[in-house]
Design a binder for this molecule. Structure first.
Ligand code: GLV
Ligand code: MN
Length: 224
């Protein structure tokens, strides 16, 4: 029979092995690549990720995207545009656990508070300078200015934002440790959901009048 410390060690090893996938980002890959087969979306099967294209049908183009080459249109109320290069646009990313986005900011434009439930984000300022920040689960704000050529990290799941702090356009590139980080805007989640969140819930939560809640809701177009 195994001695007590051996049993304990074995139990710890099993626990660690089970916990590892929970601590990681996207699941680890089991082959060189698994280019997303978008055609599978036409069938009834749904997977965590996409099924792989047959390897003989894979080409270099499956690993290429020019989607970040063009600036996004910042002519909107917040003055920013996020262009994503994730697995939904770049099939070669499937199972690789990474993606990128480009953020364009009009002068003084804001990328409003949002979270990525599946990824940590690292942002690199290509042009201009940004005021950035994230809020921890205990309510502490970490914020600072990040200039051209500098980096900042937003830990996974935490609410964060950027603001162009200058009178000329700014551009940043973000990298994520997920093929599909997911983005949840705080304002859109609260005020633009379909069906809408009850006005009295929001009025109570935000300690404001129901009329103010209705006024804010009217500014957000429901997505569906
Ligand atoms: C910036 O925060 C982004 O999500 O691209
Ligand atoms: Mn982000």
């Amino acid at each position: 029979m195994a001695k007590f410390p051996d049993v304990l060690l074995a139990a710890c090893a099993v626990l660690l092995a089970l916990a590892a996938p929970l601590l990681a980002g996207d699941p680890d890959m089991l082959q060189d690549f698994c280019v997303a087969d978008y055609k599978s979306l036409e069938g009834p099967l749904r997977l965590n990720g996409f099924p792989c294209k047959r390897p003989e049908n894979v080409t270099a183009d499956d690993f290429f995207s020019g989607v970040l080459a063009a600036p996004g249109n910042t002519g909107n109320p917040v003055g920013s545009a996020v262009t994503a290069a994730n697995v939904e646009k770049l099939p070669g990313l499937n199972t690789l656990g990474v993606s990128m986005s480009r953020v364009d900011y009009a002068p003084w434009g804001v990328n409003p508070p949002h979270t990525h439930p599946r990824a940590t984000e690292i942002i690199f300022v290509l042009e201009g300078s940004l005021d950035v920040g994230f809020v921890t689960t205990s309510g502490k704000l970490f914020a600072r200015t990040v200039c051209k050529g500098e980096l900042f990290v937003f830990p996974r799941g935490l609410v964060h934002f950027q603001r162009n702090n200058g009178g000329t356009p700014a551009v940043a590139i973000s990298a994520f440790n997920s093929q599909l980080p997911g983005t949840q805007s705080v304002a859109v989640a609260l005020f633009g959901a379909t069906p809408p969140l009850p006005t009295d819930v929001l009025a109570r939560a935000l300690q404001i009048d129901g009329g103010v809640v209705e006024a804010i809701k009217s500014k957000f177009q429901p997505k569906y």
